[in-house]
Design a protein. Structure first.
Length: 87
């Protein structure tokens, strides 16, 4: 199960953090151990780490309107950079 890291900027860090529980629910079909991280220097750059168990399924649905609308509502600013630590 690969460890994945997603990084991106957000419009408002506090607003984005308020959706942490919702992000856990959104990613539940694909991942577990989701953690949200903020920049200790106070920028609007954030990260999420997770253990991805449905990587193919996630990427198949990644560009779906569902994900785009959630990202917009949470204030995510594209691009999103995704790293994988492998299995």
């Amino acid at each position: 199960m690969p460890k994945m890291v997603f990084t991106h900027k957000v419009e408002d860090v506090a607003k984005w953090m308020s959706f942490e529980k919702e992000r856990e629910e959104i990613f539940a079909p694909f991942a577990k151990n989701l953690k949200s991280h903020i920049d200790i220097e106070g920028s609007n750059m954030v990260a999420m780490t997770m253990d991805m168990h449905g990587e193919k399924e996630f990427f198949a649905s990644h560009n779906a309107d569902y994900h785009d609308s959630n990202m917009k509502r949470q204030g995510v600013i594209r691009p999103v950079t995704i790293f994988s630590a492998g299995e």
